[in-house]
Design a protein. Structure first.
Length: 397
């Protein structure tokens, strides 16, 4: 699970960096034709293989983690349930604080809500988990698409605000968006607390929560059936890779190109038009996970899997520290580098972040059992102080 969680983190890094950096503010990619040159190639690869895939893998690993927590606490279910509920409430508080302070999307908030909603569902048989999960994804996707179409007619101003704030699109008011990123922290917080933006983020949170609930239940079922632990025959994984990439990449590409032809209209992106891209991303996510599990089973990748596991065990720490560091680096109350980079520079920046996270996590877990924030969360939720340092390593001769 830790290695899958690490892959999710690696996929999310370029998406989050691109969002904070406001790359579109300083490149030649126009609204109607964002596919020109090397920047365009990088952009479309990020859209297909990173934009939704990291979120999908994170939620699948999250659901599998909830299932493992339930299995480990089967002898003391009441205490385990209290620990999990307290941990999820803490994630909700973290999510609200992160949104207010740095303006990131409400992922932590959604994870906390998913954990609370799935507390009893992860105990069900895997077939029920799959059925409930698929129904949650399908009903949420269709219903929110319908809501988006209605809002597009009834409240176009809210839809436009949603498109600007959450998707960071380079549309007509891009200079205002860049100006806001370069403003003071107080101005940014006040802007994030405007009613329209709060409403938009509540819509996003609801959508992420119920689609995420379905993905988390799929992760719990995948753990039960041995998919995430590599117990299935290799031919099953190869079949999922072939189907996932064979169908998912064309569907995602069609969804992206159609969005380009619609000039990135927010009602289209949040409505029926976004369903094609979403379906493609689900297939790619399944293929991505299958490919990773096949590689993890190879003996020659033992060291790489161990490094990924270290990174995955500190996902919460890197997520929180990364968001605050990126906000300080790009926003006006810090170093103010928003809008200064193109996507080639973005990839170089992301590469440095990847290498730094991998090396720091590797050396950290040589001497410690948990990441800093992971240790605090366990201390808070378990109400006992877990050991942090590996004393045998620190005091080794």
């Amino acid at each position: 699970m830790d290695a899958i969680r690490a892959l999710a983190l690696l996929c999310l890094v370029p998406v989050v960096v691109q969002s904070f950096a406001l790359v579109e503010m300083n490149d030649d990619i126009s609204l109607s034709s964002p596919l020109s040159g090397v920047d365009g190639v990088i952009w479309i690869l990020l859209q297909i293989f990173c934009a939704d895939i990291g979120f999908i893998l994170l939620l699948v690993a999250f659901g599998a983690g909830l299932k493992l927590h339930h299995q480990k606490n089967s002898v003391r279910p009441q205490k385990g349930s209290m620990e999990q509920r307290r941990r999820m409430k803490t994630l909700i508080v973290i999510g609200v604080l992160v949104f207010v302070v740095v303006g990131a999307d409400p992922t932590f908030l959604a994870l906390g809500l998913i954990g609370i909603l799935s507390q009893t569902l992860v105990k069900r048989p895997y077939r029920q988990q799959l059925v409930i999960g698929a129904a949650s994804i399908a009903v949420t996707a269709v219903s929110f698409a319908a809501i988006a179409e209605v809002l597009a007619l009834r409240a176009p101003d809210i839809m436009l605000e949603y498109g600007l704030s959450e998707m960071r699109l380079p549309i007509a008011t891009a200079p205002e968006l860049l100006s806001l990123a370069q403003s003071s922290w107080t101005d940014q917080v006040l802007a994030r607390l405007e009613p329209d933006l709060v409403l938009a983020n509540l819509v996003v949170t609801g959508q992420m929560t119920f689609i995420g609930l379905g993905l988390s239940l799929a992760g719990a079922a995948g753990l039960d059936r041995g998919f995430l632990t590599g117990r299935l025959p290799a031919s099953r994984y190869v079949m999922m890779i072939t189907i996932g990439f064979g169908l998912g990449v064309p569907l995602s590409l069609v969804g992206i190109l159609t969005a380009v032809s619609q000039s990135w209209e927010p009602p289209f992106l949040m409505g029926i038009g976004g369903l094609v891209k979403g379906l493609g991303s689900l297939l790619i996510g399944a293929a991505f996970a299958s490919f990773a599990i096949l590689i993890f089973k190879r003996r020659w990748f033992v060291r790489g899997r161990r490094m990924l596991a270290h990174l995955g065990r500190s996902t919460l720490t890197w997520s929180i520290l990364g968001l605050f560091a990126l906000a300080f680096y790009h926003h006006g109350y810090g170093l103010g580098h928003a809008g200064e980079s193109n996507r080639i520079g973005l990839i170089q920046f992301v590469g440095i972040i990847w290498i730094s996270m991998g090396l720091l996590s590797y050396f950290w877990f040589k001497y410690f059992h948990y990441g800093p924030f992971e240790w605090v969360l366990r201390y808070w939720t378990n109400e006992t102080r877990p050991p942090l340092a590996r004393l045998d390593k620190i005091f080794a001769p």
